[in-house]
Design a protein around this ligand. Structure first.
Ligand code: FES
Length: 422
């Protein structure tokens, strides 16, 4: 069987590789996130919600939603935005009865448009309850267990000088500043490589942040900083920092700990905001930055000032034939059966196959809370409340968007000031 060619690309594949999707041989860019390859191939949606089987699409491209789950090489519930495409990968939709496009279990959604509590469904009705229990056990849950189990390995323990969590703009600036001061720095990030939000920015946006990225690459290659990517920091407990990645689990005890996990994409409440094709501006900028044509008619709802991600999208899609419309008003609803087809704004309807939401992000506060920070609630979300800029305790610091700063070139000065105070 020959590989079918992608149709949703802004440029030709530089390193084409073939893989299978639901048994069909297809092509993508070697090393790109599998989710990007599937969007480019026009396979959205490929995931379903576990209970009502509503179609799901990638909304964040950074491991923060359930819109991109698939079975990859026999492993269920893989966030395909976190996995680099490799030759002959076997990617399959899961959690459907029928096919990717026609999931018979979607009937649940139509029967119960207002939702239902499955714990109480037919409870106490003799006979029917038993039948429903058997049925529910067969259809509930996400995916099937892998054919092979993976042996567990104990986590190793290690002490180190300085650990930075998050290799986005703030984390890279923090690591560079620490390295400049002679500290032995390690940095961990769950992405494919360093960069974080920087990877979604057009090179003309925020040149000082791009400079930080270039300097970080040089420091990495020069051995001044050690990086571990595709590794998740699972928890901070007293002095222990649990890091889990491809090489196994480690419990680290750093002399200095700097948190820079960034921010969660902001969301807007409107009807249909879970439809495939609704995504954050950062996710859309990531797609187009990787050369994926995200749709034909892109509507960007930016109620505040458009972010650098929206500006990057405009720059990259200019002249490509993709229609980009930026509006200030939030959508009232989006409609479409398995993907956005139309966006309703106050009093008018706009044809769109992508509805991009560009609102203020909320700090990724979770690790700061585990490290002992007190949180205050603001309209944008929880923000660490700190008595001294950037300081949580004697060895733990927090910088960048996770500390409440806005993604801007000036953020780098704030990071350097905090690290200079350590
Ligand atoms: S988790 Fe992959 S797109 Fe959100």
């Amino acid at each position: 069987m020959s590989a079918s060619h992608d149709t949703g690309r802004l440029r030709a594949l530089a390193r084409p590789t073939s893989f299978t999707f639901d048994g069909e041989r297809v092509e993508g860019e070697l090393g790109e996130p599998v989710a990007c390859a599937l969007v480019a191939l026009g396979r959205m949606p490929w995931a379903r919600s576990p209970k009502f089987h509503r179609p799901r699409g990638p909304a964040c491209l950074r491991a923060a939603c359930d819109g991109c789950l698939a079975r990859v090489d026999g492993e269920p519930n893989v966030m395909t935005c976190t996995v680099p495409l490799a030759p002959d990968m076997d990617v399959r939709t899961q959690n459907t009865l029928g096919s990717r496009t026609i999931d018979l279990l979607r009937i649940t959604d139509w029967f119960f448009p207002d939702g239902f509590n499955h714990h109480e469904l037919f409870a106490g009705v003799t006979g029917v309850q038993t039948v429903m229990e058997v049925f529910a056990r067969r259809v509930a849950g996400l995916g099937r267990l892998p054919a092979r189990s993976v042996a567990t390995k104990p986590a190793s323990r290690r002490r180190l000088d300085a650990l930075v969590i998050g290799a986005g703009p703030a984390g890279m600036a923090a690591a560079l500043t620490l390295a400049d001061r002679g500290r032995a720095v390690e940095i961990v990030d769950e992405g494919f490589g360093a960069g974080g939000s920087l990877r979604a920015l057009h090179e003309a946006e925020m040149p000082r942040i791009h400079e930080v990225g270039h300097a970080f690459e040089r420091a990495l290659h020069g051995g001044l900083v050690a990086a571990r990517t595709r590794a998740v920091v699972g928890a901070i407990f007293e002095r222990d920092v649990l890091v889990v990645g491809e090489g196994g689990a480690e419990i680290l005890d750093p002399e200095t700990l700097v948190l820079a996990p960034g921010a969660h994409d902001g969301v807007l409440a409107f009807e249909g905001n879970d439809l495939p094709g609704v995504m954050s501006a950062r996710a859309c900028a990531t797609l187009v930055g990787r050369g994926v044509r995200p749709g034909d008619h892109v509507l960007i709802a930016a109620p505040g000032e458009p972010s650098p991600f929206t500006r990057s999208i405009g720059r990259i899609l200019s002249g490509t034939g993709v229609e980009v419309t930026v509006v200030e008003e939030p959508p009232v609803r989006v409609t479409g059966s398995s993907r956005v087809r139309e966006v309703e704004l106050g009093g008018r309807r706009v044809r769109a196959d992508l509805c991009v939401v560009d609102v203020e992000p909320s700090p990724a506060y979770e690790l700061a809370q585990q490290a002992g920070a007190t949180l205050v609630h603001e309209p944008r979300g929880y923000v660490p409340a700190l008595r001294e800029a950037g300081r949580i305790d004697a060895r733990t610091w927090i910088v960048g968007e996770s500390a409440g700063a806005r993604l801007a070139e000036e953020m780098i000065d704030g990071v350097r000031a905090v690290i200079g105070a350590i």
